[in-house]
Design a protein around this ligand. Structure first.
Ligand code: ADP
Ligand code: MG
Length: 600
C-alpha cells in the first residue's frame, strides 16, 4: 500500500553508468573464463589469425589477450569501454543477421567496471598506437603508445572492487580449468586461427593456425580419441552439418566433450544437445554422454542469438526441421563408428597393471630383498578368458586338431559355445567374440517390436486365462485412459476391478513375458512428465518389455536357440549394443591375442 505523501516523493533515480556496468558485469562476467571468452571473441571479430593469452593465478591476477587483428583507431578506442558502444551493430534490423561473435557492446564496459584494465592498440596502416585505461569504471584519456599491429587487452585483479564476487572465485586450479575449457572450445571452433596460452610463465595450451579440426582434437584430447572419430557431413538447403562423432564406447559421464559450433560460435544449446542425445538413444549407454565435435552452419537470419547474455543458447526459427535433420545424420554417423567393444581395451588395462606391478617389483627388489613380493595378479584378459577355459566344452573345441596351427584358425569361424550360461563365445575369421546373451536378445527383441510398431501392427499373443495384476486404485485409474494406446503396441490390458488389471495378452515377440513387471514398467514410464500417448513413451515401454522378457544371464540355451539368436542379431543394422547402450559383445581380434601372448 502506498500512502499519498509517499507517492508524491520521487523514489526512482536513474542509475549511474558505473553502477549499471557493474550490474551488467554480474550477468556477463562470472569468472576469469568469461573474461577470456569475451576478449578472445573480440580478437576474432577483429580478424585475428593468432591469439596469445597470458594468465596469472588462474586469471584472477592477470589476463592479457594479444591479437594480430585490425586494431582500433583512437576514436574507437575512446568508446571501447563505454557501454553499448559497438562497431558490430547499428540498428535493430541488424540483429536479424548477426555474423560477428559480439554485438551487444557490453563486454569491455562490464569488465572495465570490475577490474583494472588497459587496452593498447594499433591499426596496420597507422604510424602510432594508442592506449587507454579503465580502473573499475574510471576511464582515462587515450594516450599515444608504441605498439605492434593489433590489440592487447589486459585485465588485472578481477573483481577487486566487488568483494562479494571476488569471494565466489574458486581455487586457481578450478578457475584455470574453466579458462582452459573456453580456450579449447574457441580453438576447436576456429580453424585457421592459432592460439597460444601461458599460465604463470608455463605453456598451458596451443594450436597452430594450420591445424584442421581433427588435428586440433588430437592436440586437445589425444590420438586415441582423434583416430576413432567418424566424420559427419550433411547438407539440406542452407543448413549444413560437419564435424566428428566418437564411437559409443568413448561416451562420458558429462557433456564436457560435446561441442557444438554454430556459424563459428561455440554454444551449449538445449535443442542441439537433445538432438545428439536422441541420435544416441539405444546406442550409447543411457546415462552416458556422447563425444562429438559438430559444426552447424545456417543462414544467420534463421537463428536468434540475442536471447541469452552470454549467447550460450539461441533460438532457431525452424527447430523441428533442424532437429529431424540432426538426429538423422548424427545417428547415421554414429553407426559408422567402430561400435564394437574391442578386447584390446582389456589388454590395455592388463598392460597398465603389468607395468604397475613391475614397478612395484622393482621397488621391492632393491632396498628390501627379503620382503615377500606382492602377488602378481593375472592379466585382465586372462580373467575374462579363465571362466571360458574352465568350461569343459570350450577346452575341447580349443584343443581340436587345429590347435597346432596359428591362432587365426581357432576357434573355427562361426563355431560357438555357451559359457557360464551367460556368455556365448563365437569364432570369427580373425579371432573370437564374447557375446552377452541377455544384451543381444534384448536388442533383437526390441528391434523386432520397433519394426512392428513402424508397420502399425504389433502382434499380440492372447492367453485363454488372463493374468491378474494387483495395483493401487490410482494406478488403475491412471492406466485406464491409456489402454487403447497400449493396445497399439501389443499390450492387451483391461480393467478387472478397482485395484486389478487383467493382462489378456502381450506382444508375441516377447520370448519369456513377465506380465506383472511389464504393467509396473508401463506405470513407471508414464509417471515421467512425458505425454503418455507419445511415440517416445511407447518406445520406452517396448524397451523395458524387451528387457524384461528376454533371455536372462543364467538361462541355459540350446544350440538352436543360440544359432537363431546370432542369426537374428546379424540381420540388424546395429547389434553391437543393448537397448540401454551397454555392449552386446566384446571382440578379440587376432592382433589382441598376439599382444596378450607377447607374440608381438
Ligand atoms: P562487442 O564485441 O559486443 O561489440 P565489446 O565491449 O566486447 O562489445 O567491444 C566493444 C568494441 O571494441 C567492439 O565493437 C570493437 O569495435 C572494439 N574492440 C574490442 N576488442 C577489440 C580488438 N581486440 N580488436 C579490435 N577492436 C576491438
Ligand atoms: Mg565483444
Amino acid at each position: 500500500m502506498t500512502s499519498p505523501d509517499q507517492a508524491s516523493r520521487a523514489r526512482i533515480a536513474v542509475l549511474s553508468d558505473r553502477v549499471r556496468n557493474q550490474i551488467a558485469a554480474g550477468e556477463v562476467i562470472e569468472r576469469p573464463a568469461s573474461v577470456v571468452k569475451e576478449l578472445c571473441e573480440n580478437a576474432l571479430d577483429a580478424g585475428a589469425r593468432h591469439l596469445h593469452v597470458e594468465l596469472e593465478e588462474g586469471g584472477t591476477r592477470l589476463i592479457r589477450v594479444t591479437d594480430d587483428g585490425g586494431g582500433m583507431p583512437r576514436e574507437d578506442l575512446e568508446l571501447a569501454f563505454i557501454a553499448h558502444a559497438t562497431s558490430k551493430l547499428f540498428e535493430v534490423a541488424d540483429l536479424d543477421h548477426i555474423a560477428s561473435l559480439g554485438f551487444r557492446g557490453e563486454a569491455l564496459a562490464s569488465i572495465g567496471a570490475v577490474a583494472r584494465c588497459r587496452i593498447v592498440t594499433r591499426q596496420a596502416d597507422a604510424p602510432i598506437g594508442w592506449r587507454i585505461d579503465d580502473e573499475g569504471g574510471t576511464i582515462g584519456p587515450a594516450i599515444e603508445a608504441g605498439a605492434p599491429h593489433g590489440t592487447s587487452v589486459e585485465v588485472r585483479d578481477l573483481f577487486f572492487n566487488v568483494p562479494a564476487r571476488r569471494r565466489f572465485l574458486k581455487r586457481t586450479a578450478t578457475e584455470l580449468a574453466h579458462v582452459l575449457d573456453v580456450l579449447q572450445r574457441l580453438a576447436l571452433a576456429h580453424e585457421g586461427v592459432g592460439v597460444t596460452a601461458m599460465h604463470d610463465g608455463r605453456r598451458l595450451y596451443d594450436v597452430e593456425a594450420a591445424m584442421d579440426l581433427r588435428a586440433r582434437i588430437r592436440r586437445t584430447f589425444g590420438a586415441d580419441l582423434a583416430d576413432s572419430l567418424a566424420p559427419v557431413d550433411a547438407r539440406d538447403g542452407d543448413l549444413s552439418l560437419s564435424g566428428y562423432v566418437a564411437p559409443p564406447r568413448l561416451a562420458r559421464a558429462d557433456t564436457s566433450r560435446q561441442m557444438w559450433f554454430l556459424n563459428g560460435r561455440a554454444l551449449k544449446d538445449r535443442v542441439l544437445i537433445r538432438a545428439l542425445k536422441e541420435a544416441c538413444r539405444g546406442i550409447v549407454f543411457e546415462n552416458r554422454q556422447a563425444v562429438a565435435f559438430l559444426r552447424l552452419a545456417m543462414d544467420p537470419s534463421k537463428v536468434d542469438v540475442n536471447v541469452h547474455p552470454t549467447k550460450a543458447e539461441v533460438r532457431f526459427r525452424d527447430d523441428k526441421r533442424l532437429f529431424g535433420f540432426l538426429v538423422h545424420h548424427l545417428r547415421e554417423a554414429i553407426t559408422r563408428t567402430d561400435m564394437a567393444t574391442p578386447g584390446e581395451r582389456l589388454i590395455a588395462i592388463a598392460d597398465r597393471r603389468e607395468a604397475a606391478l613391475r614397478q612395484m617389483d622393482a621397488r621391492f627388489e632393491a632396498p628390501y630383498p627379503d620382503v615377500s613380493r606382492p602377488r602378481r595378479e593375472p592379466l585382465a584378459v586372462f580373467e575374462v578368458a579363465s571362466p571360458v577355459l574352465r568350461e569343459r566344452s570350450v577346452v575341447e573345441s580349443v584343443s581340436s586338431p587345429s590347435n597346432a596351427t596359428p591362432l587365426a584358425h581357432s576357434p573355427a569361424p562361426g563355431a560357438f559355445l555357451q559359457v557360464a550360461r551367460t556368455y556365448i563365445v563365437r569364432g570369427l575369421p580373425d579371432g573370437f567374440e564374447v557375446i552377452d546373451q541377455h544384451a543381444l536378445h534384448e536388442r533383437v527383441t526390441y528391434e523386432g517390436l520397433l519394426a512392428d510398431l513402424e508397420r502399425g501392427a504389433v502382434e499380440t499373443q492372447r492367453w485363454l486365462v488372463p493374468e491378474l495384476v494387483e495395483l493401487s486404485r490410482d494406478e488403475v485409474q491412471r492406466l485406464t485412459a491409456h489402454l487403447p494406446a497400449l493396445g497399439r503396441i501389443g499390450l492387451d490390458l483391461a480393467v478387472f476391478g478397482d485395484t486389478t488389471i487383467a493382462v489378456h495378452g502381450l506382444p508375441a515377440r516377447l520370448a519369456r513375458p513377465k506380465p506383472e513387471l511389464i504393467v509396473r514398467d508401463v506405470l513407471a514410464t508414464m509417471t515421467d512428465a512425458r505425454a503418455p500417448e507419445s511415440r517416445e513413451v511407447l518406445e520406452a515401454v517396448l524397451q523395458r518389455a524387451a528387457c524384461r522378457s528376454s533371455v536372462m544371464a543364467g538361462d541355459e540355451l540350446s544350440t538352436d536357440e543360440i544359432r537363431t539368436l546370432l542369426e537374428r542379431g546379424e540381420k540388424l543394422l546395429s547389434d553391437q549394443t543393448c537397448v540401454h547402450g551397454r555392449p552386446t559383445r566384446v571382440r578379440f581380434a587376432l592382433s589382441d591375442l598376439e599382444k596378450a601372448f607377447h607374440r608381438r
